[in-house]
Design a protein around this ligand. Structure first.
Ligand code: SOE
Length: 382
């Protein structure tokens, strides 16, 4: 079987989810190729070596250029902070490598445009790790909508709430906290959390036409971990927007890291003319479904337990009734990518689709700054 030699950049939270995904994809899916954890790249040599030993990488390097230049690497997987995505992805594509990139694709759409151009010019398979599409319940929602069960969609409602940045003592910048540093992250919850909700929403309900947003930075200055100085905070701590989809439906989106008690409350609800769907990441294996065509006396919200063999991806796991979790969404994505890549194709969301999400987050930030509705850039669709 053909081997796909993987070079992963970054050994943080996402480096672990991706490494685990490549390992498990080979065990639970019938892949047309063998993923090989070849090299891990990270700045600290000792920790990179320790990570390599723990996860089974054959070698560790401290400069990603070594992997890009190496004939032994087929696929570069980017799991490092947002400010590194564009440079690595563009160099990797130019070197003819397949590229997978953690979300968001770039820090803004302009940066992502260069990444899209690079992978499309090189003709290399690519994908952005918007993992929540591959929660089986979310994939099932996509199938139900595409089958027309909801009919015309009227409303889309999404939120992603966390509470880990409320303390004013939390510094910005550096390992684990780069999401608070606007120069590294690009934006705050808009690019980090809303980006997930936007990717899922456009996948389920089509392109977004225009947005009207409000953002807030609750803590205006924080000590910077790298400089030791108190510096202005440039990220948005909370971001909310109204949207109109091109299919005529109306939407509300909300994300914050200041919702005390919520750790990762990602939910969406979709209301169509015949049926509604609701999903909650805290109960990720359930899909709630209401269909007004059900017999009157039994009509009501059904709580479907998405663990049966008929459900998306579930025939790859245990026996019906036993649920899977967060890490499996990455396993599904790795498997889908490796299957597509073996046929010379990209998997969805491609870099071009990731760019469309960045177009919306850019429009959200522009709308909040201007305090007015802003149209989302219209481009050729993926
Ligand atoms: C932020 O706290 C974060 O880790 C995001 O960066 C991830 O994309 C999200 O899935 C969970 O929350």
């Amino acid at each position: 079987m053909k081997k796909v030699n993987i070079g992963t950049v970054g050994y943080g939270f996402m480096g672990r989810t991706h490494s685990n995904a490549f390992r498990q994809a080979a065990r639970f899916f019938d892949l047309p190729c063998e993923p090989v954890l070849k090299t891990i790249c990270a700045r600290n040599a000792d920790r990179a070596n320790a990570f390599a030993a723990k996860w089974g990488y054959q070698s560790a390097v401290t400069d990603w250029r070594e992997m890009v230049d190496s004939k032994d690497i087929d696929l570069i997987d980017i799991a490092s902070p947002n400010d590194t995505h564009a440079g690595i992805a563009i160099a990797a594509a130019k070197a003819g490598k397949m590229v997978m990139c953690e979300k968001p694709l770039g820090r803004n759409a302009r940066e992502s445009e260069g990444m899209v151009a690079a992978v499309e010019t090189a003709g290399v398979p690519n994908m952005v790790w918007y993992n929540y599409r591959r929660v089986p319940a979310v994939t099932l929602a996509k199938h139900l909508i595409d089958d027309g069960r909801l009919g015309k969609i009227f409303h889309y409602r999404a939120k992603f709430l966390q509470d880990w940045t409320i303390s004013s003592d939390l510094p910005q910048g550096g390992e684990g906290l780069w999401r608070l540093d606007v120069n590294v992250a690009g934006s705050g919850v808009t690019g980090d959390l809303l980006a997930h909700t936007i990717d899922t929403a456009m996948w389920l309900n089509g392109p977004i036409k225009e947005v009207s947003a409000a953002t807030e930075t609750f803590i205006k200055s924080r000590k910077h971990s790298l400089t030791g100085k108190v510096e202005p905070v440039g990220i948005d701590d909370a971001s909310m927007f109204l949207a109109r989809f091109r299919n005529g439906s109306l939407a509300t989106f909300e994300a914050t890291r200041y919702a005390r008690g919520h750790k990762a409350l990602y939910t969406f609800e979709i209301n169509g003319e015949h049926a509604s769907i609701a999903w909650d990441l805290h109960d990720l294996h359930r899909l709630e479904y209401f269909d007004h065509r059900d017999e009157g006396q039994l009509r009501g919200w059904r709580k479907l337990h998405i663990t049966d063999r008929e459900h998306p991806y579930m025939d790859k796991w245990w026996v019906p009734g036993l649920q899977i979790g967060y890490e499996h969404t990455f396993v599904h994505q790795a498997a889908d990518f490796l299957i597509a890549a073996a046929a010379g194709k990209s998997a969805s969301p491609t870099f071009r689709e990731g760019l469309l999400t960045d177009d919306v987050t850019d429009a959200v930030l522009e709308s909040a700054a201007k305090r007015s509705w802003v149209p989302v850039k219209k481009r050729e669709e993926a």
